[in-house]
Design a binder for this molecule. Sequence first.
Ligand code: SF4
Length: 363
Amino acid sequence: MSGPLLKVENLTKHYSLGTGFLKKTVPVIRAVEDVSFSVEAGETLCIVGESGCGKSTVARLLMRLVEPTGGRVLIDGTDIAGLKKDALHAWRRRMQMVFQDPYSSLNPRLTVEQIITEPVENFERLSRKQRQALAADLLQNVGMWPEMMHRLPSELSGGQRQRLGIARALSLNPSLIIADEAVSALDVSVQAQILNLLLDLQQQMGIAFVFISHDLGVVEHIAHRVAVMYLGRIVELAPCEALFAKPVHPYTEALIAAAPVPDPTHLRLKATVEGEMPSPINPPTGCAFHPRCPLAVERCRTEVPPLVSIADGRLAACHVRAPATDIPVHLEHSLAGVSDDTELWTPTQIAGLFATKYGEKAG
Ligand code: SF4
């Protein structure tokens, strides 16, 4: 089938904080707001952002563990919201999830063999011999010994438990795995082993990953493309190399500047953002990043910047760095007395925008 494996359109999730029976307005947590992206077969899309930005809610919406307030999730063109019980059950074979905490995501009373084969037995009956063969095969795939199939999760190390979680996800031969902070609870050396395992499995089996993480070192190692989220919205989406080489959105720039670099001679970008992320119950008007943004202009306080295509497969939502209209925000910016970075604009583009708004006066 042509087209992306996963397509997400205007996905939105609001949580109401009351019934509104006696109150005129009910407070609402805007966890995810108008999120759109797609994932091709065999691709890894990483979603990054600070804690509370909505990335884990996106993971749960993709798996239909929570119902969206608006928008659609399409797998091979089928909207999963419209699937009834049996169809939804069958569809779940296509997408599996690996959770952050390998300790609590495994049933402590089941053996390794039972944990691995349980998802398959939800669909078909297996003989004892088939169960053991499947478990041995999957354990070998994730770098564990088949002899471990009789152990309990408590008899495994943290890395082995996460490998077991991956083996369980692989048991249904999925097309897409959603990994929510899948390595953040592990030691750095074990993280590297698990990441390399995921990359190997992707090459061998052509699995696509949506990888949720707050760790930019991990993301840079594993991603084909990266979506950066801030307060429920995607603010930048770009091929991994381009995003790290030259971030467009001021928030992406600040995230990369704040990430630790294990090289004392490495020249870092200057960190440009301070303060906390605002509450999703009462988000700022306009661009939600404007209270922390050193490049903010007047327009940022009133208008939400749309996510627009800029160049080289990149999307960004910023009135200054990726303006969607012909308003010369760089002029507005310089008039506001803020030093800006116009490198992303060619002189011809700037002159064109200037002329569009100011006509003859532009010359
Ligand atoms: Fe900063 Fe304005 Fe761009 Fe938002 S739209 S990131 S406030 S410059």
